[in-house]
Design a protein around this ligand. Structure first.
Ligand SMILES: O=C(O)CCC(=O)C(=O)O
Ligand SMILES: [Fe+2]
Length: 238
């Protein structure tokens, strides 16, 4: 792979899709661990106010917090390592691996930026791994607005909106999606039995581990560590 060209395309567009990046055997191994984990029921650790206000319904799992795991194999891939370095620069940091599960009939995720965009060099890189195809029947497509990663705040307003220049991605089993944390993005509602994705988040050198603590939605800024809305972006009386 031409990592220099891939990194340039990423920086031009704010995202990059690479199909057949991961071996199907690795996808199957990780997928069965995900299914085993979520088989025990899907109690969300996120509170109701968050789900209600943010229009987000996902259940996160951080497999690497439980010790060495098959998910480490993603981080150990040489090709992902060099691509990440080409995008993020020397001494980039690996933040954490987060599996996201959405049950049938859930809303997906409303438009957001993973972290505030005011400081362009303070951002996270989503390295999204799909262990199964995302199709129209399943739902959960990733929608994004290209080139919104350069110091542009997601405009305030109705969480459920269509932007003229939005793009819909249908990642397949084995696809890697690289997505800048400031790029405006959302996940569509889930119609099939369930939807999963895995995010091995990374960031440039010296980025604090809590870079994604505050997420920017169209109606609010939400802080995960305190479970609080820290800024209302639309009038609540309307
Ligand atoms: O699950 C996905 O496809 C994307 C989720 C997302 O918004 C993120 O990882 O920041
Ligand atoms: Fe996100």
């Amino acid at each position: 792979m031409d990592t220099k060209h891939a990194a340039e395309t990423f920086w031009d567009q704010g995202y990059l899709v690479l199909e057949d990046f991961f071996e199907h055997s690795l996808m199957d191994e990780l997928h069965s661990l995900i299914i085993k984990h979520f088989d025990h029921g899907v109690e969300s650790v996120l509170n109701d106010e968050f789900a209600d206000r943010s229009k987000c319904e996902i259940v996160p799992w951080f497999p690497q917090r439980e010790g060495p795991s098959a998910f480490d194999k993603i981080d150990q891939l040489e090709v992902l390592d060099s691509l990440s370095a080409a995008i993020l620069g020397e001494n980039w940091v690996n933040l954490y691996s987060m599996v996201m599960f959405s049950a049938q009939g859930t809303k997906g995720q409303a438009w957001h930026q993973d972290c505030p965009p005011e400081t362009p060099e303070r951002y996270n890189l989503n390295r999204l791994v799909y262990t199964r195809d995302i199709t129209d029947a399943i739902g959960g497509q990733v929608v994004l607005v290209p080139r919104t990663h350069r110091n542009r705040e997601l405009p305030a307003g109705d969480p459920d909106v269509e932007f003229d220049d939005q793009m819909t991605l249908y990642p397949k089993k084995g696809t890697l999606v690289l997505l800048h944390g400031h790029t405006w993005h959302r996940v569509l509602p889930v119609k099939g039995a369930y939807r999963v994705s895995t995010n091995s988040r990374a960031a440039p050198a010296n980025t604090p581990a809590d870079v994604t603590d505050v997420c920017v939605y169209r109606n609010m800024r939400y802080q995960f560590s305190s479970n609080r809305v820290i800024e209302e972006r639309v009038s609540l009386t309307q």
